[in-house]
Design a protein around this ligand. Structure first.
Ligand SMILES: [Fe+2]
Ligand SMILES: [Fe+2]
Length: 189
């Protein structure tokens, strides 16, 4: 599907607020893609589609993973919000014609994932620096992003972990693994 067609489907599946968020992430994805010389339209498609499954009911999410034989872990079963990443990836590959690499970006966008590809890294940062977000540290994060995409991903992972700690909530294991992996890679550079 082309970008316009994907946009229409996304619009039909999300509330106005979440659709607006998706548009903002799409724009941010294009900006970061431009900075890092990645195909802009590919990144726009990933950005607009990334939260496509976000507003499914928990029951619908569980049905979707069952019907499509998507492997899920214990934490995703307990916190079905997390599942919008895997479902969104699956849906985008199946209906929007995404490549597996584009799908990986959506799958990784909530918790991070070991071996994130460039699409995944861009989306991960775009989802936190889009125009509709108002984190106080956006300026700081954007400065890091100007220099190094991996450092920016690491920063977002740290913030996610900090937030979970503050809330006294559990952390998905992928977030920790991704962080450890990035630290190691950055140290070896
Ligand atoms: Fe999301
Ligand atoms: Fe999002």
């Amino acid at each position: 599907m082309n970008l316009e067609e994907i946009r229409e489907v996304v619009k039909s599946k999300l509330s106005e607020k979440r659709y607006n968020h998706s548009i903002c992430v799409m724009k941010r994805c294009a900006e970061i893609a431009n900075m890092y010389e990645v195909d802009i339209e590919t990144m726009q498609k990933i950005g607009i589609a990334h939260d496509i499954a976000k507003e499914l009911e928990p029951k619908e999410k569980l049905e979707y993973v069952k019907n499509n034989r998507i492997q899920i872990d214990e934490m995703e079963l307990e916190n079905t919000t997390l599942l919008h990443a895997k479902i969104g990836a699956h849906f985008s590959i199946k209906y929007f014609g995404f490549t597996p690499e584009m799908g990986q970006a959506i799958e990784a966008h909530t918790t991070g994932m070991p071996d994130m590809n460039i699409f995944a890294k861009i989306l991960f940062v775009a989802d936190r620096t889009s125009e509709d977000r108002n984190f106080e540290d956006i300026g700081k994060l954007n400065k890091i992003l100007d220099i190094n995409l991996d450092e920016a991903v690491l920063y977002v992972l740290d913030k996610k972990i900090e937030l979970q700690l503050k809330k006294g909530k559990s952390m998905h294991v992928n977030t920790i693994i991704t962080r450890n992996e990035l630290i190691k890679q950055l140290e070896n550079k």
